[in-house]
Design a protein around this ligand. Structure first.
Ligand SMILES: Nc1nc2c(ncn2[C@@H]2O[C@H](COP(=O)(O)OP(=O)(O)OP(=O)(O)O)[C@@H](O)[C@H]2O)c(=O)[nH]1
Ligand SMILES: [Mg+2]
Length: 435
């Protein structure tokens, strides 16, 4: 299942890159290191960052986004340092890319394209590959013609490297009609997958309390997933280490089990096509009973990352369930004040280190509490022939007493209110006896 049939059409090429950011009012990245995240993204994509350039502006130029003088400066740097690709932190229009490429004489890509490229290289499952392919086609569609002519002129033949992966060189040549046909085919396949996924998720939700791990990329979701379950999710100090969802049993101890899902990380200014096509991947998170928002609280931009995560959760429609904020990587925090700020603002939040395990026991207790709801002592009656209901109750509740009659068993149990609702939702016929 992990290895889809679809071949990855990309090859990672070590290209020398120049990073460019045009800082506009309202810039929501790191003011102390505005190119920090783009640098990590470029590095993840396999580029070698040779130089960086920034410009403050009140508003972008219509033709080239950054100023004319800066474009000449870039052209100069490209020639002097043998740069293969110029990567913009801003999102550019197809014609802006064309205009800049004309002057600088090498490939120009923007932030969205870079992110798409990383997703293309990382996608492993059939589903993730379909989604990336669709997002790439939708993204490149408006710039299809411009791109092809420019690439031909610039690289003199088949394009290679960052930003040219994906739909592939032949597909850039083909008629737009064919691309559109392909887009609707992919949409259909993804829709069918989504339908199947929704049925799977609904079935699982009937039997288990489900918990979704969400958060900014590199927050430590997969690390927490691995320590909590026997899951072997790939965790690495790279952006977008995880691209598809994994769900595993999380044994909370004391006979309590929930289902835990690890998901793709979020990033600011995620191309919106990508958000839409990754909906299926996030299905588990959208419909989980509880969301754990994992935040790298040691990160200088933790506040903004949390905001991005909250926004994306709204966009994908994961806004109905209870959320619990998990402040991760507390072992890495240099100034305790940084943690206190969050704890003061979010008194409900849990501070943990997924790596060392500090705080994980408290997290388990909180999840258990969420899963069970308020604990109550009750007397519940079930038909003896309803073995499933009896089994469920025996395994989920603390049974204090059992009284059998010919047809019924009456159990005195200590059980959470939410837990009882869940048992009833499975169709188990459980009758409450009032004293
Ligand atoms: N110091 C420290 N490092 C951590 C902790 N948790 C995770 N890490 C490290 O942070 C990096 C990212 O961890 P992952 O678990 O891959 O992060 P993720 O949220 O799954 O990232 P994506 O899959 O890219 O969204 C890895 O190098 C982990 O070892 C922690 O509590 N403390
Ligand atoms: Mg991960």
């Amino acid at each position: 299942m992990e290895q889809g049939k679809r071949e990855n059409k990309s090859t990672v090429v070590r290209e020398s890159a120049l990073l460019v950011a045009c800082l506009l009012p309202g810039f929501n990245g790191d003011p102390h290191d505005p190119l920090g995240e783009l640098r990590s993204l470029a590095d993840t994509a396999g580029a070698i960052v040779v130089d960086e350039l920034m410009q403050n502006k009140h508003k972008p130029e219509a033709k080239t986004f950054i100023g004319k003088g800066k474009v000449s400066e870039i052209a100069e740097m490209v020639r002097a340092r043998g740069i293969d690709v110029v990567i913009f932190d801003n999102d550019l229009s197809p014609s802006q890319i064309g205009n800049i490429e004309e002057v600088v004489g090498c490939k120009v890509i923007d932030r969205s394209e870079l992110i798409l490229d990383i997703f293309a290289a990382r996608a492993r499952t059939h589903e993730a590959k379909l989604q990336v392919e669709l997002a790439q086609l939708q993204y490149t569609y408006p710039r299809l013609r411009a791109m092809w002519t420019h690439l031909e002129r610039i690289v003199g033949g088949s394009p290679t490297g960052i930003g040219t992966r994906g739909p592939g060189e032949q597909q850039l040549e083909i008629d737009r009609r064919i691309v559109q046909h392909k887009v609707s085919e992919l949409r259909l396949e993804i829709k069918e997958n989504l339908g199947r996924k929704q049925r799977e998720v609904a079935a699982r939700n009937k039997d288990f309390f489900t918990v979704g791990l969400v958060g900014y990329t590199n927050a430590g979701k997969s690390t927490l997933f691995n320590t909590s379950t026997d899951g072997d999710a790939y965790a690495d100090d790279k952006l977008f280490a995880t691209l598809s969802t994994r769900t595993r049993r999380w044994d909370l101890g004391g006979g309590d089990t929930v289902m835990l899902s690890d998901t793709v990380g979020f990033v600011r200014d995620l191309p919106h096509h990508l958000v839409a096509s990754f909906r299926a991947t996030l299905e588990e998170a959208i419909h989980s009973d509880l969301l754990l928002i994992v935040l790298d609280v040691s990160h200088p931009r933790a506040q903004q990352q949390l905001q991005t995560v909250t926004e994306v959760l709204g966009e994908i429609g994961a806004d109905k369930q209870k959320r619990l904020l998990v402040l991760n990587k507390i072992d890495k925090i240099e100034h305790n004040a940084d943690l206190l700020v969050f704890q003061k603002k979010f008194p409900e939040a849990l501070a943990i280190s997924a790596k060392s395990g500090v705080g994980v026991a408290e997290l388990v207790e909180r999840v258990r509490r969420e899963m069970k709801g308020d604990m109550r002592q009750m007397r519940l009656a079930m038909k003896l022939r309803d073995g499933r209901a009896i089994n469920l109750l025996e395994s989920r509740a603390q049974v204090l007493d059992r009284q059998y009659s010919d047809e019924e068993v009456v159990m005195s149990v200590l059980i959470g209110t939410r837990q009882l609702d869940q048992l009833r939702a499975t169709g188990a016929a459980i009758r409450e006896l009032k004293d």
